[in-house]
Structure formats: C-alpha cells, structure tokens
Design a binder for this molecule. Structure first.
Ligand code: SAM
Ligand code: SF4
Length: 432
C-alpha cells in the first residue's frame, strides 16, 4: 500500500498535532531567583491530600534508537555505581524537605532511558531505597521501564518476585525490517519472548509502539498491533516525530531512508489502530494509551490531571511537576553528577505556572480525553470555561470537536482524533 492518500478538504485541521503545549521544551532555564522560590516551596507543607508519583530516572541506554529524542548516555560512558550514588543523594535532598515529608506516594516508577541496563539487584536496591525514604500509600505500585535488549528473562523473574506491578517496554514494531532500519538491535522474536515471559508471571506489560516510520506500510502496522493484542498487553501508540538532532533526521536528510508518510497517511494509521484496538476491547485513555486494564482507567496520575504530583529525579528527567512548578534536570550525566555532588538540586529548566497557565492546563484535560468539569473550574478559578475561552470553545463546538452542557466540556468522537490540535487552541499564542 502506498503511504499517502488524497486530502479530505473537510478536515478540522490540515495536520494532526501529536504533542500538546506546555512541554518541558518550553520551560525557561532556571535562574538563582527561581531556584530560591522552588526551595521555599519545598519548605512548605503539602496540604493537598493528593497521592503522588516518584520517578527515579536511569537515562542510560546500551544503544541509541535512530528516532529517540530522550537525553540518554551510552552505558559504556557511565560509571553506573557512581550514578546510582548521586541519584540516591538527589532523592534524599527531596526526601528531607517539608513538602516531601508531608507527601504520600502511590507509585514508584523507574523511568528513563532504560533502567533495565541495571542488574535486577541494582533496580531492587533503588526501589528499596525509595521505600525507605518516602511515605508510601497503603496501596502502591512499582513500575519499571525496560527495553527488551537489556531485559533478560532472569531480570523479569526477579522483578516479578519482588512485587513489580508493571513493566513498560518500548517494542516500537514487530517488523524486523523496520527494526533494523531504526537501529533497534534485537529481533521481534526477542521482544515477543520477553513480553510472553512477563505476562506468564502475571506482570502487567505496557508496550510502546510507533507508527508512520519511513517505509512502514499499513499492513506492517496492522500486523504489529494484531501481535500486541494476541500478547495481551497494554498499548501506547506514538506517532513518530522526526526530532532535530536525531540520527533519523540525518538519515532522511542524506537520503538513506525516505521521509515518513504524509499527514493523511499518519491519520489513517491512527484511525486503523483505534478501530482495531477498540474492536478488541481496548479503551483509548490518556495521551496515547489503549487499555484493557480497569485500574489504568482510574489511575491517580491520569484522572487527577492537571494535579502536579510527579517528583522526577535523575539526569535528563523532564517530567517533574509539583503543584505550580514544572522542571527538567541537567541532561548531561556528568554535569548532573557534579551539581548533585555540590549539594544542589540538578534542575536545568523550571517553570512556575500563573493562574492563567493553570486555567489553560485545566483545559488540557481534553488532550487526555477527560472532561473539564464546570463546577471544579469554578471552584478553582471563580469562573467557568466559557467565561475565559469563549471564542476557542465556540470554534471547537462549531467544528463538532467538543460538546458543552451545563456540567462539563468534553471531546466528541471526532474531537479525539484532533485532541492535540484542540490542546493548542488553549496555548497563549492561540488566544483570541
Ligand atoms: C522515552 S522512551 C523510553 C522507553 C524505553 N527506553 C524503551 O525504549 O524501551 C518512551 C517511548 O517514546 C517513544 N518515542 C521515542 N522517540 C520518539 C519520537 N521521536 N517520536 C515519537 N515517539 C518516540 C518510543 O515509543 C519510546 O518507547
Ligand atoms: S531504548 Fe528507549 S530511551 Fe533508549 S534510545 Fe531507544 S527509545 Fe530512546
């Protein structure tokens, strides 16, 4: 099948936006005054009564996937024990603050990068360290991000035995031709083996897949999804974005691989996945997840959005979100380690949301397919969404992308396809 189709002129937007505004790339560089303000905030009590997520990152990978935009360092260039020592030091710096002492966590998530570059013992030791130094809710969940290239079956055994609830795995595709093209070093068979093993041990497995790779056909995409359904995993579907500075960008520029399919083909791939997965009993939830696990539909980190309750640590982490503060850490692992060594938090970028930003964030619930409750909006801001965003809401309603009643603003089925574009309607530069 060819990877382009005729443009439908009645489309809501010319092209689908797959990322919302307010991501870490937009945060300003940290300044001494903003660092001071953040430290003062950490010295206050957390009176929210909301549960939080703890995310130590291991931003280290054995090899670099051609498309990857995440700041990671090659395993060969890192002294892992020294990195773990600094990561614990950073975790302790937070653990000693009043805000964190008065916070309760219900998730410990080893993120990255690929924590699976660590031995099972190192991963477990790090989780034990978190358990010993942070308050955990009676019911809490341990999640580990992993890549099949470093997650051998013995590691899976040990993680399952330890009580890990979920393994997040970046499989990307089961098409070996595409895997080779994208510099994914192991075979589809190896990925499948790891997934089957983890599922057999009762672990919840969430697998990342990507679509609209250069040369990828619709048939290849469907085959990957069918295999995922058969393996009974939770599925994250990401549309490939060719990021500046990635190997993939150079490969396309140099003509080594052709460009991706166009916007119409990308949308067709999304719709094909939606149809196939919802037909197989999955529900579209959050950013890009298709889920058959009931708990994922009521997870705090999803349903509480835009509640800021993510404490992220480690080199290159970028999902820090505490109340009004959003932050990312130093990308370079050596810079990270030397800042932590000096006794300072290794934050590189820090943003503090204004009331105006908070209202926009509230509207970004639509991006993760959740309704915006008018009552909650009124309680938080003393107004309803129509008072603040009248033209945006009218425009979206006229396009059939949202519905508004006296209780809430919510996406329509058609709106789901354009949820990224909808989020951008509420970004500052789009305000009218
Ligand atoms: C941040 S990575 C970490 C996951 C883990 N390291 C792994 O690969 O197994 C999370 C996911 O982001 C997705 N991703 C990475 N680069 C991307 C890009 N350029 N465009 C869209 N999605 C991307 C991949 O599906 C990847 O598994
Ligand atoms: S394994 Fe994951 S984090 Fe590492 S390069 Fe590949 S996609 Fe990026």
């Amino acid at each position: 099948m060819k990877n382009s189709t005729t443009q439908n002129k009645s489309e809501a937007y010319e092209e689908r936006a797959n990322w919302p505004p307010h991501t870490y790339r937009d945060y300003p560089d940290i300044k001494p005054e903003t660092y001071q303000e953040f430290m003062e905030f950490l010295n206050t009590e957390n009176t929210s009564g909301r549960l939080m997520e703890l995310q130590p990152w291991i931003s280290i990978c054995d090899s670099r996937c051609a498309f990857c935009y995440v700041p990671t360092t090659a395993t060969t260039k890192v002294q892992i024990e020294q990195y773990l020592k600094m990561l614990k030091k950073e975790l302790l710096m937070y653990a000693k603050t009043k805000y964190i002492k008065t916070s309760v966590f219900d998730e410990i998530v080893l993120g990255g990068g690929t924590p699976s570059v660590l031995s099972a013992e190192q991963m477990i030791d790090l989780i034990d360290f978190c358990k010993a130094n942070f308050n955990l809710n009676e019911e809490y969940f341990i999640k580990v991000s992993a890549s099949s290239k470093t997650l051998d079956l013995k590691k899976i055994d040990k993680l399952a035995e330890y009580g890990t609830y979920q393994v997040d795995m970046g499989a990307q595709t089961f098409d070996d031709g595409l895997r080779k093209l994208m510099c994914l070093p192991d075979s589809a068979e190896n990925v499948e083996k790891a997934i089957r093993h983890a599922r057999k041990l009762g672990l919840c497995v969430c697998v990342d897949f990507m679509y609209n790779f250069p040369t990828q056909t619709m048939e290849s995409w469907i085959e990957t999804l069918k295999k995922a359904i058969e393996l009974d995993v939770e599925i994250d579907c990401y549309s490939l974005h060719v990021d500046p500075g990635t190997a993939l960008e150079k490969m396309i520029q140099n003509g080594v691989v052709p460009p991706q399919g166009d916007g119409d083909f990308e949308k067709e791939m999304y719709l094909a996945a939606y149809k196939l997965l919802t037909g197989a009993g999955y529900k579209a939830v959050g950013h890009d997840r298709f889920s058959r696990v009931e708990w994922h539909m009521r997870e705090n980190c999803l349903n509480g959005w835009p509640w800021g309750g993510i404490l992220t640590t480690g080199a290159g982490c970028f999902m820090g979100y505490l109340q009004r503060f959003s932050y990312s850490n130093a990308d370079d692992i050596n810079t990270y380690m030397s800042i932590v060594q000096s006794g300072k938090l290794p934050i590189q970028r820090l943003s503090k949301s204004t009331d105006d930003d908070m209202m926009r964030r509230e509207m970004s619930r639509l991006y993760i397919r959740l309704p915006v409750s008018k009552q909650e909006f009124m309680e938080k801001f003393g107004k309803i969404p129509e008072d603040v965003f009248p033209r945006q809401l009218e425009r979206l309603k006229a396009k059939g992308l949202i519905e508004i009643d006296d209780k809430e603003v919510r996406l329509t089925k058609q709106g789901e396809v354009w949820k990224g574009n909808i989020a951008w309607e509420f970004a500052p530069k789009h305000t009218d």
